[in-house]
Design a protein around this ligand. Sequence first.
Ligand SMILES: Nc1nc2c(ncn2[C@@H]2O[C@H](COP(=O)(O)OP(=O)(O)OP(=O)(O)O)[C@@H](O)[C@H]2O)c(=O)[nH]1
Ligand SMILES: [Mg+2]
Ligand SMILES: [Zn+2]
Length: 307
Amino acid sequence: MEGLVFKSTGSWYKVQAEDGIFYDCRLKGKLKLSKTGATNPVAVGDRVVMELEDGQAGQGVISEIRDRDNYIIRKSVHKTGQAHILASNIDQLVVIASLTLPRTSLGFIDRLLVSAESYGIPARVVFNKVDLLSEEEKEYVGILADMYTSIGYPALVTSVVDDLNIAEFNQLLSGKTSLLSGHSGVGKSTLVNTIAPHLSLNTQEISLFANKGKHTTTYAEMFRLDENTLIIDTPGIKELGLMEMEDDQMSHYFPEMRPFAKNCKFYNCTHLHEPGCAVLQALDEGKLPLTRYDSYLSMVENDDNRR
Ligand SMILES: Nc1nc2c(ncn2[C@@H]2O[C@H](COP(=O)(O)OP(=O)(O)OP(=O)(O)O)[C@@H](O)[C@H]2O)c(=O)[nH]1
Ligand SMILES: [Mg+2]
Ligand SMILES: [Zn+2]
């Protein structure tokens, strides 16, 4: 039978087979050695071939993994060089951010967006918890959302408390497989519960003392909202991995820079200080958002951002 992996807890996998039933599966021996060098041979979102386990109701064995359309790697916390596949076969990355409780920096949002670009996965941005903001801050978030939308990342401003743009959030996910990412406590699980109460994902008050989430969600897990809509709820992540790249390639992952970068005098321009740099000129003329260029600078200058 064909199946889809919804959850992995290390040695067991929750797989929905084509008969619609969920099975607890383990891996056939030969699959345990991953060819990709990843610590997990099978990831959430993988399409697999599974066989039923004789005499064990509800259990199966995964015998084959279908080729992945794409996948996202979670940056290793310990720099062991070991990659962990967070999820595969994703239609879009939805970055969920909040300006306060917890604060999400624009640099963090932009790093996730660059990761999505590097894996060729479309991305969206959701600014949640705006009920906690002053009028002035709300206006600022609106400007940010317009900016992201204009450079190719459709953005939403939401509040679960005020029921703001929740229908639009639902619309954003509809018919797709979405990976939800963002810091712990921004409201990823709460947003999903709001549009799909039957899932009742665990959520938790964030600690006022640390102004940080508590990592309520601990495993990446996929949920079905309807026949064609799947979401992958992830634990609050610090960073996603990036494909390996050189400095002069970084601007390829900033879609708003690409049309200008073509006109730079040097083909390998890093847009930092070179003469005849069309990106710097566009920046001077106010044609490129400054906050994005700031993120670009910090990513080019910080080798840590690359695996
Ligand atoms: N004021 C306000 N609080 C919200 C909103 N959305 C979520 N929250 C609260 O924020 C807290 C954290 O929400 P979660 O959904 O657990 O956050 P998460 O992003 O899933 O966090 P992790 O699972 O740890 O990564 C909960 O107490 C929610 O009730 C919102 O729009 N406004
Ligand atoms: Mg959660
Ligand atoms: Zn340049």
